[in-house]
Design a protein around this ligand. Structure first.
Ligand code: 13P
Length: 278
């Protein structure tokens, strides 16, 4: 099965009304775990890495590994650059063969976000890649370094933004946050429904770690097609490794990392109902 465009994966999810997990990876072990989970469950997969994570996993090293793993997977896999902030890195991801990029201009004013997103969308299209963008502000931050307030995505703004930028997927802020939630996440399904009624592109839910199965079910019912999961996988790897430590050799540690990543990916795929779709 070839590396596919994220747009194709999302179109299948839209047709059959389910959600697709976009799982963040930081190492070859995590890539292998995520792909094996998707193959075992016969689920499509989005493999992703965010720009802020490149200080730990440089793009020129992990990017080719993600693309290679996608190309030889037995299920459709899209390789996505998450929270692209700079044109330089978005360009590098596209050159590496990523089939999708997110441009995150959510910190700008609406007009500036539109202008920058249009530029990055044009660049992505030159490579035949899918483009995701964000409007409103998801809480927390991708690497836990900043504690941003949630600013809900406005309905009229979402409509104007998607029309002006012609993006393929829109990340919304509906009370969701990156990292660990303080207490039970309170998602604004009323706002999600309003956006879904007015906007005609697949919607993306960031901050998937810690949302309940019921929260996912309702979100998917209201147009969410891509769900980002990062912290839950990193935490599962760390807790599994801690539980089984001390290790006497590197390779049993390596296998635990791969298996723990796979477990978390499978758990989420089942909640998103993307299993058994192929
Ligand atoms: P979590 O770390 O909360 O799962 O968020 C992941 C995410 O949204 C990446 O963009």
């Amino acid at each position: 099965m070839p590396l596919v465009k994220m747009k194709e994966i999302l179109a299948h999810a839209e047709e059959h009304r389910y959600g697709v997990g976009a799982f963040s990876v930081a190492s070859m072990e995590m890539i292998m775990g995520a792909v094996s989970a998707a193959e075992e469950l016969r689920s499509p997969l989005i493999l992703q890495i965010a720009e802020v994570r490149l200080k730990h996993s440089p793009l020129h090293l992990i990017g080719p590994a993600m693309v290679a793993a996608a190309k030889e997977a037995a299920v459709p896999v899209a390789v996505h650059f998450d929270h692209g902030l700079s044109e330089e890195k978005i360009h590098e991801a596209l050159e590496t063969g990523f089939s999708s990029v997110m441009y995150d201009g959510s910190h700008y004013s609406l007009n500036e976000n539109i202008a920058q997103t249009k530029k990055m969308a044009a660049l992505a299209r030159e490579y035949g890649a899918t483009i995701e963008a964000e409007l409103g502000q998801v809480g927390g931050s991708e690497d836990g370094s900043v504690d941003l307030e949630v600013l809900l995505t406005g309905v009229k703004e979402a409509q104007a933004f998607t029309a002006a930028t012609e993006i393929d997927a829109l990340a919304v802020a509906i009370g969701n946050a990156h990292g660990v939630y303080n207490g039970e996440p309170r998602l604004r399904f009323d706002r999600l429904e309003e956006i879904h009624n007015e906007v005609d592109v697949p919607l993306v839910l960031h901050g998937g770690s810690g949302i309940s199965e019921d929260g996912f079910r309702k979100s998917i019912g209201l147009g969410i097609r891509k769900i980002n999961v990062a912290t839950a996988t990193f935490n599962q790897v760390v807790s599994t490794v801690n539980k089984n430590a001390p290790f006497t050799d590197y390779f049993s540690y390596h296998e635990q990392v791969t298996a723990a990543a796979a477990e978390n990916v499978k758990r989420h795929m089942r909640m998103f109902k993307s299993d058994g779709r192929l």
